[in-house]
Design a protein around this ligand. Structure first.
Ligand SMILES: O=P(O)(O)OC[C@H]1O[C@H](O[C@H]2O[C@H](CO)[C@@H](O)[C@H](O)[C@H]2O)[C@H](O)[C@@H](O)[C@@H]1O
Ligand SMILES: O=c1ccn([C@@H]2O[C@H](COP(=O)(O)OP(=O)(O)O)[C@@H](O)[C@H]2O)c(=O)[nH]1
Length: 511
């Protein structure tokens, strides 16, 4: 069996790059390397012209297959429908959701183009694992071209209730494409519940809370909270203390004995950066005894800057930090430093280790890996305290953090005070519980659990009628298959636009 991963963006590693840096990309690459595999997606580059050939690059047992987007595709598929419609909608931000039919058409067209390109690379036994909201209709596009391979999907961001999701034009067409997957992984049980009730309400699906039946297809929808490479992060953080050259050393010199509160997020409105700066300002106003002895460092690398809402956030965060620094700072103390650049994992591990408080307060977040990285990086003998938004997926697993409501400025301000005053024994107790959780559910656990589930699923009936000769196979397979094993009699893949492939039917169309 070969694993095929599909994601919006694919980063081809340098020849010399070691897998030790950790992270999602590395974990997926490791999963591919174990059995050999293919990773398909956007190269991240833009090129013009009408044809965008697929380039393949070999790295050990992994083949990377990438295609460029045209500028029009980047605008409609990536910036437009994915990041101005789906991203705010999935993060419960109806007020920021901008729908355009042109963007939606572009989104569907890129999914169609990806499906066609991928089919040319598929082999009969491939297990396909598709990632994220950019590619929701991809399985439906593959199915309508006759692909019967196992196809899984992992949704990295939240899924809102259908009252919110239903505001999107063509929402029922889009959600119905979920039924083309065999396994759908979500970050939390709340997301699972929302997706299933959406399928019930909008597509007449029948469900037992885990398996969902839409028409002839059965899809398993389950929570698989994503993890991090805990051990790698722990080691990076421990090494940063000894290193004489890391940014941590400079930070130590510039901070002196001051305590540090750290935030690390892409510059994204879902992360609650402006609200967090306000909460830190409120903390300093309510507790003036801390002025001069605590600083906040917000690392905020720019993200999706071509989307107007992101440009506005960039302006707002500068304005807020500037205003608070002017109002509260002293000639020898700047309360807030906002650094708008990306740091290496190495440097981040050092900052996390140095910070007495990790401030992770998104307004809504699929998981939030920073929360887990902060814990992994702590000194077990003198750990810092995690202040965590109840609206991050991570809060479902990390109840021993100080859980806050990011909309409550005074509440977050009080949590900062509580964290800074927390006795060491309580800090250690909370840290040990949190570390045990993230260690038991690390990135290897996540990858294995998802892939085991995907390969253990009974394939049931395909969503499109296979040629008459092959029809008996799925039933026989269902009888003989043992739980947790793949049935030997499962339907073979139909790849390419073979003659046997059923007639295409519309997947998600504009009227
Ligand atoms: O590729 P970009 O547009 O620059 O965005 C970066 C990634 O952001 C999102 O991350 C989500 O996945 C994380 C891991 O599961 C999760 O912890 C976090 O809460 C989510 O926001 C996005 O889903 C990715 O596709 C982007 O690559
Ligand atoms: O300067 C930075 C800021 C962030 N990150 C990494 O980006 C990821 C952010 O993941 P998270 O789940 O917190 O949010 P996302 O950006 O995926 O929504 C984490 O692994 C961070 O370590 C990084 O490498 N350098």
């Amino acid at each position: 069996m070969r694993l095929v991963i599909v994601s919006n963006r694919v980063t081809v590693p340098e020849r010399s790059e070691k897998a030790a840096a950790g992270g999602l990309a590395v974990a997926l690459r490791e999963a591919l390397e174990k059995q050999g595999g293919l990773w398909f997606g956007w190269s991240g580059a833009i090129s013009e012209g009408t044809s965008h050939p697929v380039r393949t690059i070999q790295r050990g047992k992994v083949t990377y297959a990438v295609t460029d987007l045209s500028e029009a595709e980047r605008q409609s598929y990536y910036l437009g429908f994915s990041n101005r419609a789906l991203w705010p909608l999935m993060h419960y931000r109806l007020g920021l959701t901008e729908f355009s039919r042109t963007d939606y058409t572009g989104y569907l067209a890129v999914n169609r183009r990806f499906a066609k390109a991928l089919i040319a690379l598929l082999e009969p036994d491939d297990v396909i694992w598709i990632h994220d909201y950019h590619l929701i209709p991809l399985a439906a596009e593959l199915r309508r071209r006759g692909v019967t391979n196992r196809i899984g999907y992992f949704h990295h961001i939240p899924w809102p209730p259908s009252e919110v999701f239903g505001a999107l034009p063509f929402s029922s067409t889009l959600i119905s494409t979920i039924a083309s997957y065999d396994l759908v992984g979500m970050q939390t049980v709340v997301d699972v519940r929302n997706l299933i009730s959406g399928l019930e309400a909008m597509c007449g699906a029948k469900s037992d809370g885990r398996k969902v039946r839409v028409g002839r297809r059965e899809t398993v929808i389950q929570a698989f909270p994503i993890g991090i490479d805990v051990e790698a992060f722990r080691k990076l953080a421990a090494a940063s203390v000894r290193s004489a050259t890391t940014p941590l050393k400079t930070a130590k010199e510039s901070l002196g004995a001051r305590k540090l509160v750290v935030g690390v997020d892409r510059l994204d409105y879902s992360k609650g950066i402006v609200q967090r700066l306000e909460a830190f300002g409120q903390f300093l106003r309510s507790h003036p005894e801390h002025r001069g002895s605590v600083s906040m460092l917000q690392i905020a690398p720019p993200s999706r800057s071509d989307v107007p809402e992101y440009a506005e956030l960039d302006r707002q965060s500068d304005e807020t930090a500037g205003r608070l620094n002017a109002a509260l700072g002293e000639f020898d103390w700047t309360p807030i430093r906002v650094v708008k650049k990306a740091y290496s994992r190495n440097a981040l591990a050092g900052f996390y280790r140095r910070a007495q408080v990790g401030l992770v307060t998104p307004m809504r977040d699929g998981m939030n890996l920073v929360a887990k990285e902060y814990i992994a990086a702590q000194d077990p003998l003198d750990p810092g305290v995690l202040v965590l938004s109840r609206f991050a997926g991570a809060a479902q697993q990390m109840g021993e953090a100080l859980i806050v409501n990011p909309y409550d400025t005074h509440g977050v301000a009080e949590a900062i005070r509580t964290a800074l005053a927390m006795p060491k024994s309580e800090r250690i107790r909370r840290f040990e519980a949190l570390y045990a959780t993230i260690d038991a559910t690390d990135i290897d656990w996540w990858t294995k659990r998802y892939l085991d589930a995907l390969s253990g699923i009974d394939m049931g009936l395909p969503d499109v009628a296979p040629p008459a000769k092959a029809k008996a196979k799925p039933k026989a397979a269902a009888k003989t298959a043992r739980p947790g094993t793949r049935s030997a009699a499962r339907p073979r893949a139909v790849t390419g636009t073979s003659k046997a492939a059923p007639r295409a039917r519309p997947v998600a169309h504009l009227p």
